[in-house]
Design a protein around this ligand. Sequence first.
Ligand SMILES: [Zn+2]
Ligand SMILES: [Zn+2]
Length: 272
Amino acid sequence: MPNYICVTCGTQFANSASPPAHCPICEDERQYIGANGQQWTTLAALQQDHHNLIKGHEPGLTGIGTEPKFAIGQRGLLLQTPHGNLLWDCITLIDGETIAAVQALGGIAAIAISHPHYYSCMVEWSHAFGGAPIYLHVGDREWVMRPDASIVFWEGATKPLWDGLTLIHCGGHFEGGSVCHWPQGAAGRGTLLTGDILQVVQDRRYVSFMRSYPNLIPLPATAIRQIVQAVEPFTFDRIYGAWWETIIPTNAKAGVHRSAERYIRAITGSLA
Ligand SMILES: [Zn+2]
Ligand SMILES: [Zn+2]
């Protein structure tokens, strides 16, 4: 029985004889059903006409993204550290070429994902790399569409991994929304991998924070303050968002402060 994949969000479901009746992730107010209605594919079909681009961002950090664009279009990040590699955020497509390229970079010791929009084919990725544990914040447990023994739910404010890597619970966009701190990144000035929990915007100096990006639903000031407080104890100069171009190369922490102040001014009616 195939594991069907939702074409709009890229999430793979538990195996079933026929396509699932619904995609709860797309029916949620944070996503949407495409104009042509709910559509499904499979990994085998996706492998026929898509491939992955694998490209370094900086020493120790490699992006993995699918071409042509599929579903939400995020790219994952393979983070290399002395005691093993972390795949931060995940993508739907995995194939033999990708597995060989990732093996050449040291494989995957664990997977951690910012929020359910990037759960994608996480179980396929884990199984391809020896059942690597998948760390998900327990706040988003209900959004796992393909349960698996490799999934490890963590709770609380932070989860330290290895070599100084830390998962940080922020909430906001999703109840379990999380980011990853990589202290050695940006030549030791520190890096935050944020998915779209802190969304790097077009000017690459600011971030934004939304309950829904496609449907443009903002977050309340309390949620913005919670996100800023969560990352405040960590040193970082650079932010990598969920897409190839969404990077704040330097002064990112000051950018987060400026962004939060601007956002709260905008939603509390004092923009001028
Ligand atoms: Zn979906
Ligand atoms: Zn999202």
